[in-house]
Design a protein around this ligand. Sequence first.
Ligand SMILES: Cc1cc2nc3c(=O)[nH]c(=O)nc-3n(C[C@H](O)[C@H](O)[C@H](O)COP(=O)(O)O)c2cc1C
Ligand code: SF4
Length: 465
Amino acid sequence: MSAVTYIAGKEPHPREHRMIFRNVDRKGWDVSIEAYSKDGGYAQLEAALKMEPKAITDEVKKAGVRGRGGAGFPAGVKWTFIPPNNTKPVYLICNADESEPGTFKDRYIIHQDPHQLIEGMAIACYAVGAHLAYIYIREEFPEGAKILEKAIAEAREKGFLGKDIGGSGFDLEIYVHRGAGAYICGEETGLIESLEGKRPYPRIKPPYFPAAMGLYLCPTIVNNVETLCHVKHILQMGGEEYAKLGTPNNTGTRILCVSGDVQKPGYFEVEVGKVTLGEVIHDLCGGLKPGRKIQAVIPGGSSAKVLRGGETFKIKRGEDMVEIGLEDIPMDFDTLAACGSMAGSGGVMVIDDSRSISWVLNNLNTFYAHESCGQCTPCREGSLWMKKITDRLVAGKASPDDIDTLDSVARNIDGRTVCAFGEACSWPTESFVAKFRDELVADTKPELADAIVNAETEVAAANLR
Ligand SMILES: Cc1cc2nc3c(=O)[nH]c(=O)nc-3n(C[C@H](O)[C@H](O)[C@H](O)COP(=O)(O)O)c2cc1C
Ligand code: SF4
């Protein structure tokens, strides 16, 4: 691979470690297969096709790369879940739905380096024995879908897709499938239902773990765009070398998408756990707006539990328990989980002290109420109920009791639904109430308590009549 120079003014921040985003904003770069091939493109696929498929999975396992779509599950381990005595076709699906609010990395990868994804997918397909793969991309990314279709056609023409790739005897076709733009189509089993042409009602797990019973009830590996791009780099470096990037159990690089109240929002590819939240805000993003303080941070996409400015956390470091502040949190999967939130999809949302907490929570609740697929009652009814309460809160028409009701509704969704949307929609409310109760209560009107109870009783009575 040749040395990279970037377009003036678009150079990566010195703290970045660009691997997946290596070619983003690169001088003289375009999305053609010629540009990609000149830079050693598809060499890893050619090398992979000379390896035993299991040896590739072993490298991905050694690398320890964890899924970048949200759950952070190790990719190599997931690949081994295909039943060993399987006789059905195996499918691979690239999840390009990118539906989690605050996340905007997959679209950039697709727009600026589509062949990296196709090469990663082809290697992954060879490793898991898939001859048919899909890229499920949301409707709102029409340009991305066109770029991918062109790239697939180019790869096919050059013999990197199709029959007998590189004389290896391995056949593979990749198709782009455009969704209709629904958050739930990012959930892997909802996605699979949608791909089968049905309404995207998520399937219950167990038994419908995609690796065992996925597309057309055949073994299916679903991975995020960014996860699949890592596969090519793992093969190039070797799993052990790759695992030296990042921190133990949190290996490699990951793209953080930072939005909200910072001077320079944007995407930053960093080694996992090698930068703290404070460094992300003050160093990578140029700090807060003048005179402002951090009020809250949602560190891993809208479903991640909120962290409060000035909060401290007790975490394990080696054998010791240590106390760290919000800004000292290393941005890795394990530490964010230990701090009660999650690294999720890498979408970091910074909320300064100019924002109304009630407004922020209402914004989140409005999204989730709109996106619930409606299959299970706690989520369908609860997400709308939470929105109605925070609608009242921002309109100055909520009573203090509403905050307890809000919390109770959230806690009756969490853990009682078919899919993890239940947690995704209840965790924001649970954590905002836990950490910002005073701010929420301050927006209520004690004198409304009786009026609201009476109004609700009247509605309930009318419904019974
Ligand atoms: C409500 C919901 C929405 C999701 N949206 C996405 C998404 O847009 N993109 C994505 O890659 N994963 C999304 N996921 C996670 C997927 O279900 C799945 O875990 C992921 O695609 C697996 O890829 P990975 O292991 O490479 O992360 C979502 C999960 C839930 C519960
Ligand atoms: S939890 Fe919500 S989104 Fe998931 S299946 Fe149930 S109703 Fe649908």
